[in-house]
Design a protein around this ligand. Structure first.
Ligand code: ASP
Length: 343
């Protein structure tokens, strides 16, 4: 019997589809048909594969909210006739894109899996084949006539993670990503091991996919460091029309207690800037009030980023501002998990 699972590959660019420009030695993107030609194994997969490509595939360092809207539009346009989506994307900003799309695609009932590779598809030792083939297999998984995964995932080097929990941790190793605050959803060995307990289970009955394409870029990230001075802080807080600031603090959400640091922050919050306290540690959570060095931040009504990644925090802020969430509700909604991105 012919398999009727339809999977759409969305090719945005990245190393996975790059070839060497022999004149300059630099890697540059090449086209989708070439990519598929390089993996004849794709024809053996038990699903119907189709592909859509960005007109000009990009290195993901050029990623921006406009491209996220393009990915979201492609998914929206092809949602009904497909059972799953695999997005081929550069690894550099993949965690940002997977986080952004998780927010942009509300009531998602089908898998959207981001993948890429550290070595180009044409390279003998490439990791692209395994990443791509397994991503397609995971996107095709079905149980009782429904897709097993109904969220945005990121597959790399034998593990599928929740996309908005990931961070790129290595520019060299094949294991380029990690998800320190949430376990893998699927592990690939001899068999695909699906960890059902960790999947998003919420059944969004009678709610159809809602695609939010407006991301507000009036946001910034400030990572504090010993030696940070007033000029640095002031210049960030004085960015014209800034609406939300991700403040990357130490450990469990701690920051200096100097007045030159705390007073301008207090004033900025009073003037309506949403400041989100996120830890600069790769794992663990903000716990404001646990130490004296975070107590003031809690009193000042900083938004508690809990265990969210910086990638998910910045894209969540862009999404919430883009949907026009009233200022009064921003803190409450930000502190609520919307797509499994925080506890
Ligand atoms: N610079 C590349 C990109 O992010 C790296 C990769 O694909 O892994 O597009």
């Amino acid at each position: 019997m012919k398999n009727t699972t339809n999977i759409l590959l969305i090719y945005t660019g990245g190393t996975i589809g790059m070839v060497k420009d022999y004149k300059t030695g630099a890697l540059k993107a090449f086209n989708f048909d070439e990519l598929v030609k390089n993996i004849p194994e794709l024809k053996q997969l038990d699903c119907n594969l189709r592909g859509v490509s960005f007109d000009e595939p990009i290195d993901s360092s050029n990623m921006n909210p406009g491209y996220w809207a393009q990915i979201a539009s492609i998914i929206e346009e092809h949602y009904e006739e497909n059972d799953g989506f695999v997005v081929l994307h550069g690894s550099d900003t993949m965690s940002y894109s997977a986080s952004a799309l998780s927010f942009m695609l509300e009531n998602l009932e089908k898998p959207v899996i981001f993948t890429g590779s550290q070595l180009p598809i044409g390279d003998l030792r490439t990791d692209a084949k395994e990443n791509l083939i397994t991503s397609i297999e995971i996107a095709s998984l079905r149980k009782k006539g429904r897709p097993v995964l109904r969220e945005v995932g990121l597959y790399f080097e034998y593990k599928l993670y929740r996309g908005n929990r990931t961070t790129k941790i290595n520019a060299e190793h094949f294991e380029a990503f990690n998800s320190l605050n949430y376990p893998p959803l699927v592990e690939s060995g001899v068999h695909l091991k699906v960890h059902d307990n960790y999947l998003i289970k919420k059944v969004t009955k009678n709610k159809s996919l809602q695609v939010h394409k407006k991301m507000d870029d009036r946001v910034a990230i400030l990572k504090i460091f010993p030696g940070i001075n007033q000029n640095v802080l002031q210049s960030v807080l004085n960015i014209p029309d800034l609406k939300a600031l991700i403040l990357e603090t130490y450990g469990a959400g701690n920051a200096p207690m100097d007045e030159w640091f705390l007073n301008p922050i207090k004033k900025a919050v009073e003037n309506g800037l949403h400041i989100i306290n996120v830890t600069q540690c790769s794992g663990g959570s903000v716990f404001m009030g646990h130490y004296q060095t975070s107590e003031k931040l809690r009193e000042m009504q900083l938004v508690n980023g809990k265990d969210i990644t910086t990638e998910a925090a910045i894209t969540k802020a862009m999404y919430l501002l883009g949907t026009g969430v009233p200022d009064k509700l921003f803190k409450t909604i930000f502190e609520t998990p919307l797509r499994g991105e925080m506890v």
